[in-house]
Design a protein around this ligand. Sequence first.
Ligand SMILES: [Cu+2]
Length: 146
Amino acid sequence: MIHASVAMAVAPLWRTIEQPPALKLLVAALGLALIIGELWWFLGPHGPLVTARQGAEGKQQVTITVDGGYNPARIRVVAGQPLRLTFHRVDPSSCVAQVIFPDFQRSLDLPLEASTSIDLLPEEPGLYPFHCGMNMVRGVLEVVAA
Ligand SMILES: [Cu+2]
C-alpha cells in the first residue's frame, strides 16, 4: 500500500506530447478568431443603419425592439429636431430593464412586453451611444447635420 502511493507520487503528472507545428498554428489561429469574434459580438456594431422616420408634430421617431439586443441598434437622426425613441421590450432578462443615454443624462425603465418612449433633442452632430444598465447591450444614435 505504502509502496504503491510512493510510486504514484514520483510518477510524472502529465506527459508532453509533441504536436506538429501546423497543428499548433491552427489551434492558435482558431483561438484568435474566437477572441475577435467575441469582441465583435459584444462591442462591434450590429445590424443595419436605420434612419428615423418623420412623425407627427415634427418629431423624428424610431421604434426599437429590445430582444437580446437593440433592433435597430444603429439609428440615424437629424440634429436639432426633437426625437422620440420607443422601446418595445420583449426580452425578460433584467439586463435590459433599463436603457441609459449618458450624453443626454437620461435613463428609461423598460417594463416587459410594453412600449416605452423617451423624448430627446440631439443638438449636435455626432455619435451618441446608449446602453443597458450594465453596459452590455449597446446601441448608438448617429446624429447628422440637418
Ligand atoms: Cu445589461
